[in-house]
Design a protein around this ligand. Structure first.
Ligand code: K2U
Ligand code: ZN
Length: 167
């Protein structure tokens, strides 16, 4: 297994829309394993293939306290969403930036698991937030793009300054 490099906002590759998975093969299973390892090591509670520059509809999530309930979702689709919650979000592609984002309180997501079986997950709270956050990534959207233009400009300036310092 390998740790994968994570793209950093505002890398334009984070705006690419991921393609549907047509075949669940060893290459995809290897990618899913490497994404899970990368997520646990970051540490994070979710990771989308887009973030590791693999533009396929694949996400891994583990929002459990015990960090032993890995969800691997292929071709995820939100079937239902209701309610509203505002949650402080971060992103492994936008290190050091946290802000509140309004999202649905509950989502029902249909997806394929690694065996190709059709499944659904009915989620509320942090898991619902994470599912929406990761599905956004597959559509080329980073959470900061839900914020005001002024906040986005300030974030871009801060990240550009960080990049100059660490270059
Ligand atoms: O970058 C990512 O996509 C992983 C995200 C997933 C996430 C963001 C906001 C809210 C829930 C999940 C995070 O970086 S994982 C780190 C984290 C953990 C708990 C709460 C917020 C952020
Ligand atoms: Zn993210």
């Amino acid at each position: 297994m390998s740790l994968l490099p994570i793209l950093r906002f505002p890398d334009p590759r984070l705006k690419r829309v991921a393609a549907r998975v047509e075949s669940i093969d060893d290459k995809l299973r290897r990618l899913a394993r490497d994404m899970a390892e990368t997520m646990y090591e970051a540490p994070g509670i979710g990771l989308a293939a887009t973030q590791v520059n693999e533009h396929v509809q694949l996400i891994v999530i583990d929002a459990s306290e015990t960090r032993d309930q890995l969800l691997t979702l292929i071709n995820p689709v939100i079937l239902e969403q209701d309610g509203l919650q505002v949650c402080e979000e971060g992103c492994l592609s936008v290190p050091g930036i946290y802000d509140k984002v309004a999202r649905a309180e509950r989502v029902v997501v249909a997806y394929l698991d690694l065996e190709g079986a059709e499944r659904t997950v009915d989620a509320v709270g942090l898991l619902a937030v994470c599912l929406q956050h990761e599905i956004d990534h597959l559509q080329g959207q980073v959470f900061v793009e839900h914020l005001s233009q002024l906040k986005q400009q300030r974030i871009r300036s801060k990240l550009a300054k960080q990049a100059r310092i660490t270059a």
